[in-house]
Design a protein around this ligand. Structure first.
Ligand code: SME
Length: 160
């Protein structure tokens, strides 16, 4: 399989998220291995969001979040329940959009260049099994449209 570069619309609206969904399906659909799926999903997301300086997954494991496949600089490997943006999204069972990470109490800094962040929990059989985390160097980079769009695209990445 060779990767064919796609050019996403500048505005992250309906068309953008339709393309992202297709790309995720193309590079993860039919694969059974969890690591392979999340590795390709993080790559697809990084291509779609060139302004993201980190994108990847943390998996629920024995009561905490454990670092999974990602693109970006090395990151914290374990995050406790309710801690940081990732642990908070897990605890609240909902996506969190952070306009300026310095203003989020308890934010865990991995890359000092990060300004904004979005974390989307993924569910399988009604249970959160993983969270997708994306950081941007641009303040207020992620919107409610991104939250809805990403939720819609990522809900097919089921626990293998
Ligand atoms: N900022 C996250 C930690 C993970 S890194 O951004 C990759 C948090 O506060 O949970």
């Amino acid at each position: 399989m060779s990767y064919i570069e796609v050019s996403y619309p500048k505005r992250r609206g309906e068309e953008f998220y339709k393309m992202l969904k297709e790309q995720l399906e193309l590079y993860t659909g039919g694969e059974r291995d969890q690591t392979a799926v999340l590795a390709n999903a993080s790559s697809v997301l990084a291509q779609a969001f060139p302004e993201a300086n980190w994108v990847g997954f943390y998996l629920v494991d024995a009561g905490e979040l454990r670092l999974g496949p990602f693109q970006g600089r090395p990151a914290v490997t374990r995050i406790g329940y309710g801690l940081g943006v990732c642990g908070s999204a897990w605890k609240r069972c909902e996506a969190i959009v952070v306009d300026e990470v310095e203003c989020f109490e308890g934010h865990i800094a991995c890359d000092c260049n990060t300004h904004s962040e979005i974390v989307v929990p993924l569910k399988s059989d009604g249970e959160i099994w993983c969270v997708m985390d994306m950081d941007s160097v641009i303040p207020s980079h992620f919107t409610e449209e991104d939250r809805a769009g990403l939720e819609g695209c990522l809900d097919r990445l089921l626990r293998r």
